[in-house]
Design a protein around this ligand. Sequence first.
Ligand code: ZN
Length: 131
Amino acid sequence: MLFNFQLRTPSQGLVDITNEVTEAISESGVNEGICVVFCPHTTAAITINENADPDVKTDFLMGMDKTFPDMVSFRHAEGNSDAHLKSSAIGASETLIVTKGKPLLGTWQGIYFCEFDGPRTRKFYVKVMGG
Ligand code: ZN
């Protein structure tokens, strides 16, 4: 079963989508299986990381800026090559194990939509498969 979601993002940031993914799994009726969360954008990404201390999100973005700085030598006319690099480094999707009708996550883990070149209206997909 395929679900699609829309969200409005900040200029840069991690948006917690754990509830949306959990609801999609619940609505699918799948108890045991696999769930794929996919981002169809080239300057955004999906990741799993800590959702307890909000400072982790701030530090994550700071670290990404330091690792992938905007460089004057970039040639891409849109001027957002740093965001393209971040998107590929983090990745367009995450695969989750579904058990007992829920995503299998560690105590401190949440699922995030990562925006690197917002604000924009974005989409993401959740595919849930039993088995
Ligand atoms: Zn671009």
